[in-house]
Ligand binder design. Structure first.
Ligand code: V47
Ligand code: SF4
Length: 356
């Protein structure tokens, strides 16, 4: 294996791409420290010692969803106990609380609501912006954008243009799951295809909006499925350059309907983050989303190629409904301490990675 890792090291140092076969071999390897050391070196070349975080707040406007993905413990059907849809007034109140607490970003996603009209989402953006023009709204996944096109009868390009006009600043990376259709048929058969997710994301980038990309891992997928997912993202990034960060999401199994899934161990989580850094040479940022990883693994990930810890979050539902044992929120001092104790330099950023 030493000659294998030496070859990867040479590739990193000469900016040569890791092949799919090499990524697969690393997933199959148990030499976590070798992979991590290479990923840390690759990250150092790109980002030095700096680790980014932001002050943000999540607002999940509804948990009603017509898709009912099997891995999702957050979504509900109409009439089920615990279903909710926030009124515009409640959304504005949460945005005001966020602005008062120094947030620069509202991260807003929700289920695919059976009846709300497209106009609701435009009004939601306008209401948040009316609270404070400076709040950047990172909202709606490619899945929601496709759904808005469906319910409004408008082409995706028009949907994006209207959302942008109403105040949308960028898109989060959700809905990608595993892009390969074989896996989607098992865990989210009602969701748009992986090909459609890529198509909508390309249109988002063409409209001048940045977005992120995620990968939900640790359920039924194989290592080959993960490599294919990374390959599709790297190819789209070559085409558009519109992705900011890649965020591997560790699957939380409680209250879900994925047969046999047990959740993600620390070794798999760190290996996946490190390989993402090595393979996705055209992504500047690899984010350890502490909500799904837990604080200890998220901090350790800073030694495995990661340069972003996401934000303060404040009110998290998607991971916690599925049993995540991380805290609900972190304060800025807590994030700064996590980064400093890993020997790195904390940098508060806005959503578009301007340093604050
Ligand atoms: O798309 C759903 C995932 C995503 C579970 O772009 C689950 O900055 C784990 O995309 N276990 C939404 N994950 C969250 C998301 C995100 C989060 C933080 C930052 C950003 C960003 C994006 O959550 C969904 C789905 O892939 N998810 N259920 C679960 N049981
Ligand atoms: Fe709906 Fe998103 Fe949950 Fe799937 S992951 S059921 S689309 S809220």
């Amino acid at each position: 294996m030493t000659s294998f890792f030496n070859r990867i090291r040479t590739k990193i140092e000469t900016d040569e791409r890791i092949s799919d076969a090499e990524a697969l071999a690393m997933f199959e390897s148990h030499d976590l420290l070798a992979i991590g050391e290479l990923a840390a070196a690759a990250n150092r070349r790109k980002n030095g010692d700096r680790v980014y975080f932001n002050v943000n707040r999540h607002i999940n406007y509804t948990n009603l969803c017509v898709n009912r993905c099997k891995f999702c413990a957050f979504s509900k059907e109409a009439g089920e106990p615990g279903e909710y849809t926030l009124a515009l007034e409640q959304i504005a109140t949460k945005a005001q609380e966020a602005a008062d607490a120094g947030a620069t970003e509202i991260h807003s996603v929700g289920g695919l609501h059976p009846d709300l009209p497209f106009e609701f989402y435009l009004q939601m953006l306008r209401r948040i912006k009316a609270v404070d023009q400076r709040l950047h709204i990172k909202g709606f996944t490619a899945v929601e954008i496709d759904y808005f096109s469906h319910i409004s009868g408008l082409p995706v390009e028009t949907v994006i243009a209207q959302l942008k006009e109403a105040g949308l600043g960028s898109l989060p990376g959700g809905g990608a799951e595993i892009l390969g259709q074989g896996v989607r048929d098992q865990i989210c058969p009602e969701k748009i295809s992986g090909a459609r997710w890529l198509e909508v994301t390309e249109l988002v980038h063409r409209a001048g909006l940045k977005s992120n990309a995620t990968m939900l891992f640790g359920h039924v997928e194989t290592y080959a499925d993960r490599v294919e997912h990374l390959q599709l993202l790297r190819a789209l990034q070559d085409k558009t350059g519109g992705f900011q960060a890649f965020i591997p999401l560790a699957f939380q199994p409680d209250n879900t309907r994925v047969p046999g899934a047990k959740g993600v161990g620390g070794v798999d989580a760190l290996k996946t983050l490190a390989i993402s850094r090595l393979y996705l040479d055209n992504f500047q940022h690899i984010k350890a989303y502490w909500v799904m990883l837990g604080l200890k693994i998220a901090q350790t990930a800073l030694c495995f190629g990661v340069n972003d810890l996401d934000g303060t979050v404040v009110e998290e539902k998607i991971g916690h409904d599925a049993g995540a044992d991380s805290p609900q929120a972190l304060d800025k001092a807590g994030i700064i301490q996590l980064i400093r104790k890993a020997g790195r330099v904390p940098v508060e950023r806005d959503t578009l990675y301007n340093e604050l």
